[in-house]
Design a protein around this ligand. Structure first.
Ligand code: ARG
Length: 459
């Protein structure tokens, strides 16, 4: 059979042009959505009296047969039919004869492809919310097991103040919580129907767009037909949300890589989530975390790629827009891979509490608290800061930590010190002193875990 649009042409398409312009190699991922949209469209054509009911039934049956062929992998796609829309239409016509040609009445591939993309992404958004929840669950699980594990907290990657390891993990739960909210919010803009916009201006047929929207469970229809076929904001928004998720995963990945190094030894990732070296027998590499960190780059690339494709595009549809797909599919696959691995990798991670404790005992991250102690005795904070700075310098010069100093040594720096400082300097005291909402005190972290858990079971 010749091209569906062959009438106006006197020559065959150049083979290289055919290959260059075809999208069937990748948009076949939209096959199910394409049939779903067509079923709703043809049902509407029947209801509105545009296509006789008898033909509608024949077309629907034909579409269902095509769908079976898609699902069983029996369908054969052809590059000369360019994209998924024309491949399916061609298949339908082969199946049921020329009556299949009535399906495309009052429709264009421009509003059709946009509809397919909306249907596709709305499913993915629901799945990603679920995957993020699973990851939150794994992080919360580790947090619950570590509400008394103290670890140095860092700024500038220098030990700053001791914190609960659970508090650190719960920070990631909060980040992924925002990611979930962003995805859920984007659903409003994804769940809008473009179909009925025609090629760009609407259609001469008395169609019922709201009826199609209802059948496909869209909450709204596009207000403007030009916008309906030109809009790819919903894909940009998804790529941007995916970029933020990958950025969060990448920060966590970086920490896992650091923490599992011999220098830190704070955690050990399960053997099932690591790989070895072909030359160094002792190696156990955190490849998954490294690769997630690395793949973040390609997701950003997909976002910037689409932003660049859309920049300066005149209204309405332009073939450039076919470039919206590969980056989107690649982002979906990359994000799925990362999230599917991360939840079990976190859940099976061993936390080396002894090593964390060792690190806490061998640093000056309790220095702020002893300055606060002097403030409590009436010394202005700036002066207290100076006194403790000098005390720490003395410790460093003498190979000691604050808890190693005798009271006499402390008193060389200020006579406001008394023997209560030994209690103040204990890591548990330091942590529990930060008993503000959102702080690292055990009571606060336990409350944060409870809030996160109830949010997880909310919907
Ligand atoms: N394969 C095309 C795309 O993905 C479908 C829309 C084509 N429309 C057109 N007028 N060429 O963008």
């Amino acid at each position: 059979m010749s091209k569906l649009w062959g009438g106006r042409f006197t020559k065959q398409t150049n083979k290289l042009v055919e290959e260059y312009t075809a999208s069937i190699g990748f948009d076949q991922k939209l096959a199910e959505e394409d049939v779903q949209g067509s079923l709703a469209h043809v049902t509407m054509l029947g209801k509105c009296g545009i296509v006789p009911q008898e033909d509608v039934e024949t077309i629907k049956k034909g579409l269902l047969t095509v769908l079976e062929k898609i699902r069983s992998g029996e369908i054969e796609y052809s590059v000369s039919d360019e994209d998924i829309h024309m491949n399916i239409e061609k298949n339908l016509i082969e199946q049921i004869g020329p009556v299949g040609g009535k399906l495309h009445t009052g429709r264009s591939r421009n509003d059709q492809v946009a509809t397919d993309m909306h249907l596709y992404l709305r499913k993915r958004v629901v799945e990603f919310v679920e995957l993020l929840r699973n990851l939150q669950e794994a992080l919360i699980g580790q947090a619950k097991a570590n509400t008394d594990t103290i670890v140095p907290g860092y700024t500038h990657l220098q030990r700053a103040q001791p914190i609960l390891f659970a508090h650190h993990l719960m920070a990631y739960v909060a980040m992924f919580g925002r990611d979930i909210e962003r995805l859920q919010d984007s659903y409003k803009r994804i769940n809008v129907l473009p179909l009925g916009a025609g090629a760009l201006a609407g259609t001469t047929f008395p169609i019922d767009r709201h009826f199609v929207a209802e059948q496909l469970h869209f909450d709204a229809v596009y207000e403007n037909s030009l916008d309906a076929v030109s809009d790819r904001d919903f894909i940009l928004e998804f790529l941007s949300n995916a970029s933020a998720i990958m950025m969060h995963l990448s920060r966590l990945s970086e920490e896992l890589v650091l923490w599992s190094s011999t220098e830190f030894r704070f955690v050990e990732l399960d053997d099932a989530f690591c790989t070895g070296s072909s030359i160094m027998p002792q190696k156990k590499n955190p490849d998954v975390a490294e690769l997630v960190r690395g793949k973040t780059g390609r997701v950003y690339g997909n976002l910037v790629g689409l932003l660049t494709v859309l920049k300066s595009l005149p209204l309405a549809y332009n073939k450039d827009m076919q470039e919206d797909k590969e980056g989107m599919f690649d982002t979906v696959a990359t994000l799925q891979g990362a999230l599917q691995l991360f939840a079990p990798m976190i859940a099976t991670m061993k936390v080396n509490t002894g090593r964390m404790r060792e690190a806490v005992n061998q640093d000056f991250s309790n220095a702020t608290d002893i300055a606060d102690f002097l403030v409590g005795k009436g010394l202005p904070f700036r002066q207290a800061h100076e006194v403790i700075g000098k005390t720490v310098l003395y410790c460093i010069q003498n190979g000691k930590f604050l808890l190693d100093l005798t009271l006499d040594e402390f008193k060389q720096f200020s006579d406001l010190f008394d023997d209560r400082i030994y209690e103040v300097l204990q890591p548990e005291t330091v942590v529990n002193a930060r008993n503000v909402y959102g702080g690292t005190a055990t009571a606060q972290v336990e409350a944060a875990i409870a809030r996160a858990e109830s949010k997880l079971t909310e919907t």
